[in-house]
Ligand binder design. Structure first.
Ligand SMILES: C[S@@+](CC[C@H](N)C(=O)[O-])C[C@H]1O[C@@H](n2cnc3c(N)ncnc32)[C@H](O)[C@@H]1O
Length: 274
């Protein structure tokens, strides 16, 4: 069983440095996503109409995007009537988000902070969302309780991540796609570091994720396992279309803040009761 204790490690600082360096590469894709009227999710750009990630009615909803990067998810939410706030750990990513806000004439607050310790009031949002943001770059034992703290009772947490299956099958080398062999253990899955860069990612198995969500006061509503269309393309080298058509490489969790709140901050521990 995974020792479910959030480490106040160096990952926030390391990921900030990495994302400040990578930000320039993400400006172009960010622009394309800002320009797109229809949301398209993940590395295969699966259209919202097929993926069904967003709630039907966003009008007047307060949303927080945790790890907003260039801010296009929040832009999509704003165009659907929500009142978004974007939060990110990288000043360079937020600089791109601000430029894109100016370019598209669509402004919403942007906060420079770690999603593991958001400088925001309790119960201030109806929706917390993350597409490959806090959802993979923050320690889940820290950011999920923090997201739960930010939600009003009845509010929703929606986040997109790599599937655990992909994380077992993807080689250490940066440019190599996932294999048909499991390369690392499922049990104990938590922190991932790669030989080619300084970044730190986090991924949990499904049972551990369900227990963490429930301990944080969130009831699981859905787990969407995304399958790309037969003609989909991606700019990322770590998974082929053939692989992703056979096994889910991305998934979307949906969970709702229950009325009776029992929010634990980092360090709740495996087996801590809800
Ligand atoms: C792949 S981007 C995802 C954001 C958005 N979907 C996009 O593509 O622009 C990952 C983002 O997570 C942010 N991030 C990493 N660690 C974070 C943390 N501790 N708190 C908030 N954001 C973080 C990075 O700075 C980066 O902007």
């Amino acid at each position: 069983m995974l020792a479910a204790v959030a480490r106040t490690g160096d990952h926030v600082r390391r990921n900030r440095a990495v994302w400040d360096r990578w930000a320039a590469e993400y400006a172009g894709p960010g622009l394309l996503n800002w320009a797109s009227a229809e949301p398209a999710w993940g590395i295969w750009q699966i259209p919202e109409a097929r993926a069904g990630v967003l709630p039907a009615d966003l009008a007047g909803r307060d949303s927080i995007e945790l790890g907003c990067g260039t801010g296009y998810v929040s832009a999509w939410l704003a165009r659907r009537g929500a009142r978004p706030v974007g939060l990110d750990n990288s000043s360079a990513q937020l600089a791109t988000a601000r430029q894109l806000q100016d370019r598209f004439g669509l402004r919403f607050p942007l906060i420079h902070a770690s999603a593991e310790q958001a400088p925001l009031a309790d119960a201030a949002f109806d929706l917390a969302i993350s597409e490959y943001g806090a959802s993979i770059w923050c320690d889940p034992y820290a950011w999920i309780p923090e997201a739960a703290r930010l939600l009003r009772p009845g509010g929703q947490l929606i986040f997109l991540v790599n599937s655990p299956l992909l994380m077992l099958a993807v080689p250490d080398e940066d440019d190599q796609p996932a294999t048909e062999r499991l390369l690392r253990p499922y049990f104990g899955m938590h922190r991932f570091e790669w030989p080619d860069d300084e970044s730190v990612e986090f991924h949990l198995g499904h049972g551990e994720m369900i227990r963490l969500l429930r301990r944080s006061g969130l009831e699981v509503e859905d787990l969407l396992e995304l399958q790309p269309e037969p003609d989909a393309t991606t700019r990322y080298p770590y998974v082929t279309l053939e692989w992703a058509r056979r096994w889910p490489c991305e998934e979307v969790w949906k969970a709702r803040a229950v009325t009776r709140r029992c929010v634990r901050r980092a360090g709740g521990g495996a087996g801590a009761g809800w």
